[in-house]
Design a protein around this ligand. Structure first.
Ligand code: COA
Ligand code: AMP
Length: 630
C-alpha cells in the first residue's frame, strides 16, 4: 500500500484514532471526552467535551513557544503602496487590545459580530479578537451591496459591526461607510455599535453614539486574554449562496476546525512552521477565512494578506513580485486569476524579471481548472500546479494532491484524490454507486471530517434538507462528477442553481428573484454561461409583459443596474436576452440546463417532458442575436 492509501484508509476506518492523533498539534484547555460523537446522527460532532481557544492556538502559543519575533502577517497592498509586517508578538498585542475594545462594547462568548472590511490587516485582527472572546464573527465580502449585508445582519443579529472607511478596488475608490449605513437602515435588526477603521484614502463621517473610531478605541483599550470555549462552540458564520435569495449561514466550530486546518497545512500544502504561505483571495470568502487567516497562523506560518489584483496593480507581474519579494513557498488562488494574467501577458514576459527559486507549489481552487489554464500555468512556472476541490461548507479541501503525504502524477482536469477524512462516493440519481468514469452526483459518506459544517446557523432543518436528506447517510455536495479507474476525481460543475463567477460563488436563483421584480418582466430565468476570463457569467432570459415598448438595450441596462445595486458588482450581471417564451416541461419547470447548453453551443437533446419543442428553436435564435449559441 502506498503512503497515501495507508493514511487515507486509516482516516476512514478509524476516524477517531486518526483525528485524535492530529488533535495533539493543538493546545487544549480541557481534553475532549469523545473525538467523534455520533450520538445525534446524522449530526456528528468532533471533540465533544473538549475546550480550547482558536485565537490562543493561532497567536499566543506561537509567542509562548518562541516564535514571537517571526512575521505572522505580511500586508502587501500595491493599491496603497504599502508593505507592513506584523510579528506574532505584534499581532498578539493588536488582537488582545482589540479584544479589549470588543469586550468594552459588550461582546462576550457567543455574541455575534459582523465584519465588513476590505483586505487590510484589521480584518484579520478583528476576526482573531472575536475568536479570543469566544464571540462568533461573520465576515461579509466587501463586494456585496447593502441589501446583501442587510440580509446577513437580520440573520446573524450582530451586537457590533466592524468596517473600514473605504477601499481601493483596483483604481476605484469605494466608500464602505455609506454602504454600511444603508444596510443598517434597511435591516430590521439594529447593531448597537459600529467600529470604523479610518483609512488614509478616505475618511468616513461618524454617527455620534453609534459609530466609533478604531484607533481611538484602541488607544484606550486594555489587552484581554483568551476565553476557553467548547470545541463544538461556533467560531464563525459564513454566508454562502444557495439556490434562493436567502443565503446559507455555514457554521464553523472551534475544535475540529483548528485540528483539521492545522493538519491540512503540512499534509495537503506541504508547508511547515515558519514557511511563507499566500492565499490570494479575500477574507470575505471561505478561502480567506481558512487560508489567509486561520490555517497559516494555526500552523505557525507567515501569511500574506494581499490587497490587489492579479493584473492592473500595477501589471501582470504582480503575483511574481509578491512571491519573490516575500519568499512565498506555496500560493493558492483561483484559476480565473491565472486566466487574467494569461490574457495580459500570454508569453509570460513579466515572470522573467523575478526570482521564484523558493517557490514550490501553486494550488488552485474555487472553480474548475480548465486544462488550458493548467498547461499554461505549469509551463510558465515549471512547478507543480495543483487543482483541489472544496466548498464553503467543508472549509478545507475534499480532493487534492496531498503534497505532504504522497505526490501523485497530475491528470489535467482532475483534482486528484479524496483528502484523508473524506469518503467521496459518486452516486446515480437512484443513490446507487456509479462505476469508474460514470458521471453522477458527488457525495461524501458520513461522517464528514472535523472542520466541516456541523449545521447551518439556526437552521438545522435547512441543513438536513439541503445536504443530508438527498441521500441518507451521505453529504450531498451539489457537484456532478466522476472517478476514474485510478481513483482520480473529476468535478464537472454544480447541478443546482449556483454558479461560479471569477471564483465567486453566486446564486442564479437569487438573481432571478431580483430580475422578476422589474416592472416590465413577466417571467425570467437566469443561467450561468461560459466566459473565457471569469469561467461563468450570469445571463438573464426574460419574457416581457404585453405592451412593453422598451428596447432590449434599455431592459439590459436596467436589469444590470438592479443586480449591481441589490447583490453587488461582483455578480457581473451584464447580459439579458429578451425571448417570446421560456421552454418548460409539461409540469411547468423551466429548462435552465437545456438553455445553458444552447447558449454555450453544446450538443443538447430536448427532454421528453418538454411542453413545446418549438420554444428551444426560438431560444436559440434569440441567443444568437446577443452573441451566444454560435
Ligand atoms: N469590493 C467591491 N467591489 C468589488 C470587489 C470588492 N471587494 N471585488 C470586485 N468588485 C467589483 C469589481 O470592481 C467589478 O466592478 P465593475 O463591474 O464596476 O468593474 C465587479 O465587482 C466584478 O469584479 P471581478 O469579477 O473581480 O472582475 P474584474 O474584471 O474586476 O477582475 C479578475 C477579474 C479575474 C482579475 C478578478 O476577478 C480576480 O482577481 N479574481 C480572483 C478571484 C478570487 O480570488 N476568488 C476567491 C476564491 S479563491
Ligand atoms: P465555494 O463555496 O465558493 O468555495 O464554491 C464551491 C463550489 O465551487 C464547488 O461546489 C464547486 O462547484 C466549485 N469548485 C471549487 N473548487 C473547484 C475545483 N477545484 N474544481 C471544480 N469546481 C470547483
Amino acid at each position: 500500500m502506498g503512503k497515501y492509501e495507508d493514511v487515507f484508509q486509516r482516516s476512514i476506518q478509524d476516524p477517531a484514532g486518526f483525528w485524535g492523533e492530529a488533535a495533539q498539534a493543538i493546545t487544549w484547555d480541557k481534553k475532549w471526552d469523545k473525538v467523534l460523537d455520533d450520538s445525534k446522527k446524522p449530526f456528528y460532532r468532533w471533540f465533544t467535551g473538549g475546550e480550547m481557544n482558536t485565537c490562543f492556538n493561532a497567536v499566543d502559543r506561537h509567542v509562548n513557544s518562541g516564535r514571537g519575533d517571526q512575521t505572522a502577517i505580511i500586508y502587501d497592498s500595491p493599491v496603497t503602496n504599502t508593505v507592513q509586517k506584523f510579528t506574532y508578538k505584534e499581532l498578539l498585542d493588536q488582537v488582545s487590545r482589540f479584544a479589549g475594545v470588543l469586550k468594552d462594547s459588550g461582546v462576550t462568548k457567543g455574541t455575534t459580530v459582523i465584519i465588513y472590511m476590505p483586505m487590510i490587516p484589521q480584518a484579520a485582527i478583528a476576526m482573531l479578537a472575536c475568536a479570543r472572546l469566544g464571540a462568533v464573527h461573520s465576515v461579509v465580502f466587501g463586494g456585496f451591496a447593502p441589501h446583501e449585508l442587510a440580509i446577513r445582519i437580520n440573520d446573524a443579529k450582530p451586537r457590533v459591526m466592524i468596517t473600514a472607511s473605504g477601499a481601493l478596488e483596483g483604481k476605484k475608490l469605494l466608500e464602505y461607510k455609506p454602504l454600511l449605513d444603508k444596510a443598517i437602515q434597511e435591516a430590521e435588526h439594529k447593531p448597537e455599535k459600529c467600529i470604523i477603521f479610518q483609512r488614509q484614502i478616505v475618511k468616513a463621517p461618524l454617527i455620534a453614539g453609534r459609530d466609533f473610531d478604531w484607533d481611538e478605541l484602541m488607544a484606550k483599550a486594555k489587552p484581554v486574554g483568551c476565553t476557553p470555549v467548547k470545541a463544538t462552540d461556533p467560531l464563525y458564520i459564513l454566508y454562502t449562496s444557495g439556490t434562493t435569495g436567502k443565503p446559507k449561514g455555514v457554521v464553523r466550530d472551534n475544535g475540529g476546525h483548528a485540528v483539521a486546518l492545522c493538519w491540512s497545512m503540512e499534509n495537503i500544502y506541504g508547508v511547515k512552521p515558519g514557511d511563507v504561505y499566500w492565499a490570494a483571495s479575500d477574507v470575505g470568502w471561505v478561502v480567506g477565512h481558512s487560508y489567509i487567516v486561520y490555517a497559516p497562523l494555526l500552523a505557525g506560518c507567515t501569511t500574506v494578506l494581499y490587497e490587489g489584483k492579479p493584473v492592473g496593480t500595477p501589471d501582470a507581474g504582480a503575483f511574481w513580485r509578491v512571491i519573490s519579494q516575500h519568499g512565498v513557498k506555496v500560493m493558492f488562488t483561483a484559476p480565473t486569476a491565472f486566466r487574467a494574467i494569461k490574457k495580459e501577458d500570454p508569453n509570460g514576459e513579466f515572470i522573467k524579471k523575478y526570482d521564484l527559486s523558493g517557490f514550490k507549489y501553486l494550488f488552485l481552487a474555487g472553480e474548475r481548472l480548465d486544462p488550458d489554464t493548467y498547461h499554461w500555468a505549469s509551463k510558465l512556472l515549471k512547478k507543480p500546479v495543483i487543482d483541489h476541490w472544496w466548498q464553503t461548507e467543508t472549509g478545507w479541501p475534499i480532493t487534492a494532491n496531498c503534497m505532504g503525504i504522497e505526490a501523485f502524477p497530475i491528470k489535467p482536469g482532475s483534482s486528484t484524490k479524496p483528502v484523508p477524512g473524506y469518503n467521496v462516493q459518486i452516486l446515480d440519481t437512484n443513490g446507487k454507486q456509479a462505476g469508474p468514469k460514470e458521471t453522477g452526483l458527488v457525495t461524501i459518506k458520513l461522517p464528514l471530517p472535523p472542520g466541516t459544517l456541523p449545521t447551518l446557523w439556526q437552521a438545522d432543518d435547512r441543513f438536513l434538507e439541503s445536504y443530508l436528506k438527498v441521500y441518507p447517510g451521505y453529504y450531498f455536495t451539489s457537484d456532478g462528477g466522476y472517478v476514474d479507474e485510478d481513483g482520480y476525481v473529476y468535478i464537472m460543475g454544480r447541478v443546482d442553481d449556483v454558479i461560479n463567477v471569477a471564483g465567486h460563488r453566486l446564486s442564479t436563483g437569487e438573481m432571478e428573484e431580483v430580475v422578476s421584480t422589474h416592472q416590465d418582466v413577466a417571467e425570467c430565468a437566469v443561467i450561468g454561461v461560459h466566459d473565457i476570463l471569469k469561467g461563468q457569467v450570469p445571463l438573464g432570459l426574460c419574457v416581457l409583459k404585453a405592451g412593453v415598448t422598451k428596447s432590449e438595450e434599455e431592459i439590459r441596462k436596467e436589469l444590470s443596474s438592479m443586480i449591481r445595486n441589490t447583490i453587488g458588482a461582483i455578480a457581473s450581471y451584464k447580459e439579458t436576452c429578451v425571448v417570446k417564451r421560456l421552454p418548460k416541461t409539461r409540469s411547468g419547470k423551466i429548462l435552465r440546463g437545456t438553455m445553458r447548453k444552447i447558449a454555450d453551443s453544446e450538443p443538447y437533446v430536448a427532454p421528453s417532458t418538454i411542453d413545446d419543442p418549438v420554444t428551444l428553436g426560438e431560444i436559440e435564435d434569440a441567443l444568437k442575436k446577443v452573441g451566444y449559441a454560435k
